[in-house]
Design a protein. Structure first.
Length: 541
């Protein structure tokens, strides 16, 4: 069997190497348009900022090392121009000398990846992208030429990583994002701390606007402002590379990626597609999605190799679990966001929790914010988000695993998680989400969401201390500290609903139980002052 793999980075090289481990006799040819294969593209921003010091550390393999270890015929600077399904040939241009030739195949793997989205903005050709080693080298050359100011267009994961690392290099950096928030996979109240962190580290954050023109040393924004820009970096998203699939007559999916089945076969069973070019089955919402993540690309490359080797395999539907560093913060998400569920009109319930990365009495505990979304009927977890300076990766991975396993949200309370004071709490924040869900579902503690509006559930009652109240509070709220509530309950109207809140929700839970036991109609403001203030700040941005 002769297998030709088009694309030699994450998915393509994973497929080729795995196939060799399964089949020593197969002839395996890898055709890569760029000059490098098997490089760590997720590490590119960190070399840009000097965090990863050596460029060579990003180059995991070369054609020579792959030939020696796996007996792979890897050809860089080899652009596939077309796929002839009937003759089972690909037409190739050698970019080194312009030579054209044909390569036969018995099975074909499409792993061409995705290309950066380039908006139709005058002067945009001056902007750099950051997808491969050539892109990295171009940016480094611009920096070596004396660049002192930079504009990053796009506030997603790559844009934020680029902005952070340009600040590490000492450049005055502006981040422009057309949406009203950074980090689109997160909901606005969860993304707000990341925006604050960017600003705290000197990034000039321009939300809700767009670049309309790229000038020689400036970027002009939609509001007419001009921002200094010796360097312009474009990070507004990617589109799947599907030209070869389209010209070959292969079917595309509803989102414009290559349609594949569970074994990653295209509409032609002799041709497989993996990586960013292929649509992924999506677990939390059904259907398919474009999910350009390296871990999925590697995993699906492996599954494609198993399919080629005759094994019966099926790709597990993806959840889109992702994480990003934002200077001293970490933000992560898995599954659905609340804004998506609202758009679709799908029933859900939301929980916000503000806890600590580990036991509060042990030195170094850091604030940790979690958000969980679940189906009120099936109790299945639909999505989760986490933001904090420590412990975010641990919690999002636990929640992603629980979600993949189909655990009901209430089962989070019973997860037996590792605990010692330096690492966690006796009631881990993940466990507490399970308790919150149980209290909500049983009616023990009804909740009101931060964006329910002034009439969400009546009179706001602040049960924090007087000093906390004076530092900031909900409009029109009454301040009765929790420890004084029993003695002062007569100050509250018995004929009006009450929205009780504290800093993060725990004291308010105790207050709600007290008030409800006394016959008052009280609900907890979910996530307390921290969630409300973050959400309203995001809405005002």
């Amino acid at each position: 069997m002769k297998v030709v793999v088009i694309g030699g980075v994450a998915a393509g090289m994973s497929a080729a190497a795995r196939l060799r481990r399964l089949d020593e006799e197969a002839e395996i040819v890898v055709l890569e348009r760029g000059g490098y294969v098997s490089f760590a593209n997720c590490g590119l921003p960190y070399h840009l900022g000097g965090v990863i010091e050596e460029r060579e550390d990003l180059l995991l393999h070369t054609p020579d090392t792959l030939a020696r270890r796996f007996a792979l015929d890897v050809r860089v600077r080899s652009e596939v121009l077309s796929v002839d399904r009937e003759a089972q040939l690909v037409r190739v241009r050698d970019l080194a000398d312009g030579r054209l030739y044909e390569e036969s195949w018995d099975r074909l793997v499409l792993a061409p990846g995705a290309r950066p989205v380039v908006p139709p903005v005058p002067g945009i050709e001056r902007a750099h992208t950051l997808r491969d080693i050539a892109d990295l080298d171009g940016i480094l050359a611009a920096l070596a030429g004396g660049a002192r100011t930079a504009v990053v267009i796009g506030g997603g994961f790559i844009g934020i990583e680029a902005a952070e690392n340009l600040r590490h290099r000492g450049l005055a950096t502006t981040l422009v994002e057309a949406a009203p928030q950074v980090l689109p996979p997160l909901d606005p109240e969860m993304a707000q701390p990341a925006a604050a962190e960017l600003r705290a580290h000197g990034v000039d954050l321009r939300l809700g606007g767009s670049a309309v023109r790229v000038l020689p040393r400036e970027v002009e924004l939609a509001d007419g402002d001009r921002v200094p820009a010796d360097l312009v970096l474009l990070a507004v998203g990617v589109r799947p590379e599907t030209a070869l699939a389209v010209t070959a007559g292969l079917e595309l999916g509803p989102h414009g990626g290559i349609r594949v089945d569970g074994a990653l076969r295209t509409s032609d069973p002799r041709i497989l597609a993996v990586g960013d070019a292929a649509e992924k089955a999506y677990a939390p919402g059904g259907g398919t999605r474009l999910i350009p993540l390296a871990n999925l690309a590697n995993r699906h490359g492996r599954i494609a190799a198993d399919t080629l080797a005759g094994r019966t395999v099926t790709a597990v539907p993806a959840q889109g679990t992702a994480i990003v560093q934002v200077f001293g913060l970490t933000a992560a998400a898995t599954g659905r966001a609340e804004k998506e569920l609202r758009r679709e009109g799908r029933p859900y319930r939301a929980l916000h929790l503000h806890g600590g990365s580990h036991a509060g009495y042990y030195p170094g505990a850091a604030p940790l914010s979690l958000k969980l979304l679940f189906d009120p009927q099936s109790l299945r977890i639909l999505g989760a988000q986490a933001v904090g300076s420590d412990g975010v990766d641990k919690r999002i991975d636990v929640l992603a695993t629980a979600m993949a396993a189909g655990l009901p949200v209430t089962a989070l309370a019973d997860l037996e998680l590792a605990y010692a004071p330096p690492y966690g709490s006796a009631k881990d924040p993940v466990n507490l989400l399970g308790y919150l869900a149980d209290n909500l579902l049983t009616g023990t503690t009804p909740t009101v969401q931060w964006d329910a509006g002034d009439g969400g559930h009546g009179l706001p009652v602040d049960v924090r201390t007087k000093a906390e109240h004076e530092r900031g509070h909900l409009p029109g709220s009454v301040n009765i500290p929790l420890d004084e509530l029993r003695d002062r309950v007569g100050e509250l109207p018995a004929d009006r609903p009450l929205t009780v809140y504290c800093q993060g929700g725990q004291r308010a839970h105790t207050a709600v139980r007290l008030l409800r036991n006394l016959g008052l109609d009280a609900a907890n403001l979910d996530g307390g002052w921290l969630t409300w203030s973050a959400g309203t700040a995001a809405a005002a941005a």
